[in-house]
Design a protein around this ligand. Structure first.
Ligand code: BGP
Length: 492
């Protein structure tokens, strides 16, 4: 049997894409609530408003980097324009029903995130918001009822907006202190209820989309480097806090582990792949490996990037590296210095790979990607691994009788689960678990769409906000249930 009996099968979500209730229960506004851009069906428009003068104007707060808006103004919703993630698929009011569905599939774990702004609405508050803490108490109690182990991300692409406006986001060292306060509050409150935490979702996305990953308003190589550094220190302080509060808590890193192939055997293409790899693995070298790699220090030197001079940071990073390394992985990308047809994918770019098929958003399905990634990451760090995101977005159609025939999702999962099974069976990789992304339909992070669905469970909600929020099982629901019940052996 390839998968161990205690393998953590489950699904993954994020508060800002799933929870909704964006102004309920004392929650503060976060960067994710005011992100602009998206697909043509979900323009995600936001305005600024000066509460004193009543003046308003347009804002561009795209994932790639924030922009200025006038002093004293705050981001606000545009009347009459539907903003999908504000209601999302309303886990806030459906958590009992959703967790029961997860239990029916046999979930052993449920990856979710705590919305930082529910606990500290402004991020820099001295005291937490009790109503927010109570909400997650209820969620964790519900999980416990079914023996589901929560895996909690502390910051999944959201930072309280006040921290972005007042401090410039994670480029400012002050955020380390606020985050540590938040983490200590949560670790203490949920002691005995939550054992597994992740600090920052896809921490390496800081290099591409600093507003998304760190609420950074002014994107420059310097602010991105300092932003990442501050998140590394904050992550180390979380490991330290967990050891002080409850030794059984494990704090992991979360990396967007794209995988690059060279399009040709031209050594120039191989070099390009190596450089891309460095852009990703730098983040796990620091957070999981515990050290700043030479290739990154040299790059900073060449580019004139100088990190704030705090020698004690490097001691923390070394002494409190992540307990395990988790990662998201949807497919691979292909790099070349020659011409090729541009590809899209999970922020990976590159050119089209003629050996692979893609979904409607251009994301390639790669049957060996998990085994490849598990091998390279385990052999580099020799720490336990956890696949916390993998799945396929599709514009699922519901039939007249309420069924959803998502055979493409089953095919995708079959190939990917086989790939991780090979990594365990053939390569001896210690893998803790697997959580399929977006197990109950939720809003897309990249485009803000509802149409791009990932779930085993269909939620009746469209891009205009129409729908009853009713939940229905797709064909993949029964398939995954069977997969879990057979410890990953029955994939037919
Ligand atoms: C990852 C994010 C998730 C998720 C997923 C799918 O990068 O961590 O939040 O959304 O990608 O992306 P999308 O929602 O854009 O399809």
């Amino acid at each position: 049997m390839a998968f161990p009996k205690d393998f953590l099968w489950g699904g993954a979500t994020a508060a800002n894409q799933y929870e909704g209730g964006y102004r309920e229960g004392g929650k503060g506004i976060s960067t994710a609530d005011v992100m602009t851009g998206g697909s043509h069906t979900t323009p995600r428009r936001i305005t600024w408003r000066n509460p004193e003068t009543g003046e308003t104007g347009a804002i561009n707060l795209s994932i790639f980097g924030g922009m200025d808006f006038p002093e004293g103004a705050i981001p606000d919703v545009v009347e009459g324009i539907y903003y999908p993630s504000h209601e999302a698929t309303d886990f806030y009011h459906h958590y009992e029903e959703d967790i029961a569905l997860m239990a029916e599939m046999g979930f052993k774990t449920f990856r979710m995130s705590i919305n930082w702004g529910r606990i500290f609405p402004n991020g820099d508050d001295a005291e937490p918001n009790e109503e927010g803490l109570v909400f997650y108490d209820k969620v964790f109690d519900e999980c416990k009822k079914y023996g589901i182990e929560p895996l909690v991300t502390l910051s999944h692409y959201e930072t309280p907006i006040n921290l972005a406006i007042k401090y410039g986001g994670w480029a400012n060292r002050k955020l380390i202190e606020f985050f540590e306060r938040y983490a200590r509050t949560v670790f203490t409150r949920y002691k005995g209820k939550v054992k597994y935490y992740l600090t920052f979702n896809e921490i390496n996305v800081m290099g591409m989309c600093p507003f998304l990953a760190g609420g950074i308003m002014k994107s420059t190589p310097q602010t991105k480097a300092q932003g990442a550094h501050n998140q590394f220190v904050a992550s180390a302080l979380c490991v330290k806090a967990a050891r002080e509060i409850d030794e059984s808590i494990k704090v992991g890193q979360m990396l967007a582990a794209g995988y690059s192939y060279a399009m040709t055997c031209d050594p120039e293409d191989q070099l390009l792949v190596m450089e891309r790899e460095q852009e990703t693995l730098f983040y796990s070298d620091v957070q999981t490996g515990g050290y700043y790699p030479n290739y990154r220090l040299k790059k900073y030197e060449r580019e004139g990037i100088v990190l704030e001079d705090c020698p004690e940071d490097y001691e923390l990073i070394k002494n409190y590296s992540a307990d395990f390394l988790s990662f998201s992985c949807y497919g691979s990308n292909t790099q070349t210095t020659h011409t090729g047809e541009a590809a899209s994918g999970n922020m990976t770019g590159g050119v089209k790979n003629p050996y692979l098929t893609t979904n409607a958003w251009g994301w390639a399905t790669d049957p060996h990607i998990l085994r490849l990634n598990l091998n390279r990451l385990y052999n580099r760090y020799r720490k336990p691994l956890w696949i916390v995101e993998n799945g396929i977005g599709w514009d699922d159609k519901m039939e007249a009788d309420g069924s959803v025939h998502d055979s493409y999702r089953i095919d995708y999962l079959r190939a990917n689960i086989k790939s991780m099974r090979d990594a365990i069976e053939l390569d001896g990789i210690p893998l803790m678990g697997y959580t399929m992304w977006g197990c109950i339909d939720l809003v897309s992070a990249g485009t803000g769409e509802m149409r791009k669905r990932y779930g085993f469970v269909y939620v009746d909600k469209d891009d205009e906000g129409k729908g009853t929020l009713a939940r229905s099982k797709k064909d993949s629901f029964e398939w995954y249930k069977k997969c879990i019940a057979s410890d990953g052996m029955d994939l037919d």
